[in-house]
Structure formats: structure tokens, C-alpha cells
Design a protein around this ligand. Sequence first.
Ligand code: OAD
Ligand code: ZN
Length: 314
Amino acid sequence: MAPYNDVAAFHDFLRRITTATNSNGTPRAPRILALCGAGLSAASGLATFRGSTAALWHTRDPMQLATPEAFAADPGLVWRFYAYRRHTALAVQPNAGHYALAALARNVPTGSFLCLTQNVDGLSPRANHPPESLRRLHGSLFDLRCVGFERKGAAHCDYSLQDDFTEPLCPALATAAEGVDETATATVAARSEPLAHIPVSELPQCPKCKSLLRPGVVWFGERLDRQMLKDIDKWVAADQVDLMLVIGTSAEVHPAASYIGEAREAGAVIATINLDAESREGLQNLDPGDFAFGGSAADLLPVLLEPVIGKLES
Ligand code: OAD
Ligand code: ZN
């Protein structure tokens, strides 16, 4: 068996699944699933969540801010964090990894490739990833919805807005978005300066019911969109899965990470593309025939997918 990081063997495998035929000789469409994480956008210049001090924002752990509890306790602080993330996401460009996945989606028959991304940064859509093959598991930094959305009864409000790229969202968030000391490269000391409190009255407001608006992302402890999960389950259950690409994710957050096991159960060969894919820990869960490529997704994806997407224009 070829070693796990053999690019030629991966290419052979990819050619085989994309040129397969049914028993009656008709072409058999491949079935490819991908799970992407923050590592896909790292080469664009966005910090990942785990394993580096760059993951800190003003000495706070982003994971502590991405919760309904944090928003309830101090919506101004959480909005500031999201204003900063909107600003940094808009300031960077999609990389070759995003473009390679978008090209894969365009180069296989409709329904053959489903790309699940945990990223809320909007870089896959900006790389023209066809929306029908992309599922944004954790929402988008550029979607907004009323805090009344999940409420029942009279307090329910169905207001939501997609792809709002307004910068800044409101005057009070202008400095949060622009603050140079908030960049991933600033020293922890610079980022530990106290942040001025922003009162609720100065935060984005629902035009319909005047309650607070919140970012359209999934926070820890919240459910993912039920219909989206149903659709993904249906896709996975429809037939054998040939290939599962696990790209730039620590695969620690569920339910996203559980798709790897589900794809394996559906027969998939797993190919991990991650800076630490070839570390001892990374290789631990490999089954015979699986692939692991240690390196940047932006460098590796165009090379690995070349048999299907050709050479990416740079
Ligand atoms: P993590 O920060 O947990 O993991 C990023 C992974 O990317 C790590 O395994 C790195 O080794 C890898 N990596 C870093 N740079 C890379 C590069 N250039 N190319 C390839 N790999 C690279 O991020 P996620 O797995 O996305 O959830 O985190 C999952 C979820 O946890 C996020 O969606 C977010 C977070 O809290 C919510 O906000 C709900
Ligand atoms: Zn409302």
C-alpha cells in the first residue's frame, strides 16, 4: 500500500472515483464530502481558534465570547469581537485552497460534492464556491438576526438579514472594527487594555421590533440549523461516500466533527489536509488506505485536486 502522503497515489484514487462506471457501463458520479475549518483560511491571514496566542482577542479566549451567555452578559463586548472579525475577514482574500474547492464543486456532476465548512468568514462564497455544494455549518459573520428569532410567543421576531457587508455596522462599532491593536499580531499586553463599554442602545437594532440584532453565527451550546443538518444527513445516507476531505480543522467541535466518522461508516477513504496531519497524533486515527498530507491547505489542495480541476490560474 502506498504511504499515506503519496500524492501520486491520491491522484490515482481521485481519477478512479471520478471516472468510475456502473455495472451497465454508464458513468457513476463520485461522492465526495469535505469538512473545512479555520486552517483553510489561515493562509489568507485569519487566526485559527486553537493552539496559538494569535487565537486570543484582547487576552480573551474567543471561545468564551462565542456563547449566548457572553452575549447576554455584555452584548457590547461580544459585538465588538464580531465587528473585529467582520473587519478582518473583509480585509483578506480567499486563497488557493478556497479556489481549489470551488473548482472541484464545478468540475464534478451536481450533487457529487458536498462541502461543509465551519468557517463563518465568507471566504468560500467569495471564491465563488457554488452555493448548492456549500453548507455553512456555523452560519456567517455577515448574517444578522433579531434576538427575538428564537423566542416563542409575543416576543418572537423573524427578522434576519443575509450578506450585510456594511462597515461599520453602527458608529459605536467603528473603532472595534478598525482597532489596529486588535490584530492577531499585536502583543498580548497591547490587547489587554480595558475596552470601553458599549451600551445596548448603541448596538445594531432590529428594524422590525427594535430589539438587539445578533450575529447570524452558531454559538457554543446552540443548535445548528435543523433543516441543514437533515439535508446533510440525507446526502450522506443516499449512497456510499467515496472520499472525505478533512481540511484545516482540529475536528474537536461537534456535530461538525462527527461527519468524519459518518463518512467512514459510509465507506469513505479519509484524506486529512492539515499543518499537523503527519504528526504522531495526526496519524493515530488513520485506517489503511487513508491519506494524510501535512502542510498548508492553500498549497496542498490545488496540487491534490489537480486531476479533476486542472491547474489553478494564479
Ligand atoms: P481550530 O483552530 O480548532 O483548528 C484549526 C486547524 O487548522 C488546526 O488543526 C491546525 O493545525 C490547522 N491549520 C492551521 N493552519 C493551517 C493551514 N495553513 N493549512 C491547513 N491546516 C492548518 O479551528 P476549527 O477546527 O475550525 O466554532 O474550529 C472549529 C470550531 O471551533 C469553529 O468553527 C468555531 C470554533 O470555536 C464556533 O464558533 C461554533
Ligand atoms: Zn426583531
